[in-house]
Ligand binder design. Structure first.
Ligand code: UDP
Length: 307
């Protein structure tokens, strides 16, 4: 998401400082920006104090691993990224008088008891399960953002629902990248549980447009950004198989603890206050993502053979 946003801003003539610890971000995603005079990379972790010279108009906090296997690898660091990292960036926003946007998440709703999650729904989150470091971290980050808002900082909060697209790592571990990679490599498709749990998948370009509109808006309080089209995991597997023409078989793996059973955004706020709605449906988004993964996996094989 960060590389897509950075690209858009550089093209629009803005100066962009990309701050990344490269825990899950990949240099290959910004390689095409590195020669741009208006783009620079600061390799740093936001859990350390962040110092930037000169003026800053906007801060976009997209930091934190978002894939369950990745954020669960070092749960304390995930929590610190959300809490200490947010404090560090909020302090920077206060110092620079910059507007700051927080990438919050549908995970603040936990395992929702309502079929359609609106911003007023308070969620059902387990405080001590394996997902808690991320869910509670992101919830506490929202708390921090609104406390700084009361101190006069201009904050915007996007609650982002499952987003996918080109530049995701094939090794990311989330469902879309797993299924696409598995299908393209003719490996078994790993369905966790019976695959009846649902998710709503938003294509990255749509999400970026929503974020840009939110930052520029006067919207106060959290705003859901996601695609309301809801699919079971099993349906997603069938669509990926049909679109890739793969003959992979489906294998069932244990359902991870606290895995949300359903998820679908109510985007009424985004529609009315930002004039935003997704434009890329799952088939079109997957078509573009599959093409990207095909290229990336072929490039990986080429390098492996050459080396
Ligand atoms: N999932 C799956 N197979 C995989 C990866 C994920 O069945 O190889 C399921 C997972 O259990 C969850 C859904 O797909 O119900 C979405 O998982 P993901 O990790 O993409 O995101 P999140 O659970 O954070 O929404």
């Amino acid at each position: 998401m960060g590389s897509h946003l950075a690209e858009r801003f550089v093209r629009a003539g803005h100066e962009v400082i990309c701050l990344d610890n490269l825990q899950t971000g990949r240099l290959s995603n910004i390689a095409h920006l590195m020669h741009e005079p208006r783009f620079s990379l600061l390799r740093q972790d936001i859990v350390q104090p962040v110092n930037v010279d000169g003026r800053l108009d906007e801060i976009w906090n997209l930091a934190c691993a978002a894939s369950p296997p990745q954020y669960q690898r070092d749960p304390v660091h995930t929590f610190r990224t959300c809490i200490q990292g947010s404090i560090n960036l909020l302090e920077l926003a206060r110092e620079k008088n910059a507007r700051i946007l927080q990438a919050s998440t549908s995970e603040v709703y936990g395992d929702p008891e309502v079929a359609l999650q609106s911003e007023s729904y308070r969620g059902a989150v387990n405080t001590w399960g394996p997902r808690a470091c991320y869910d509670e971290g992101k919830r506490a980050a929202e708390t921090l953002f609104f406390e700084y808002e009361r101190l006069g900082v201009e904050v915007r909060i996007a609650r982002i629902f499952n987003t996918y697209g080109p530049r995701m790592s094939p090794e990311d571990g989330r469902v879309v990248s797993n299924f696409v990679r598995q299908a393209l490599e003719e490996e078994p498709i790993t369905i966790y549980g019976e695959g009846r749990q649902t998710r709503s998948f938003c294509y990255v370009d749509d999400l970026v447009e929503g974020l840009v509109r939110l930052m520029a808006s006067d919207a106060r309080g959290p705003v859901n950004l996601g695609n309301p089209g809801e699919f079971t995991v099993r349906e997603l597997a069938d669509i990926v198989l049909a679109m890739t023409g793969a003959s992979s078989r489906l294998v069932q793996e244990p359902m991870p603890q606290d895995d949300p059973r359903q998820r679908r955004p109510d985007i009424t706020r985004a529609r009315t206050e930002l004039g935003w709605a997704p434009t890329v449906d799952l088939h079109e988004g997957l078509r573009r993502t599959i093409a990207h993964f095909r290229d990336e996996l072929a490039e990986g094989r080429r390098i492996a053979q050459a080396g």
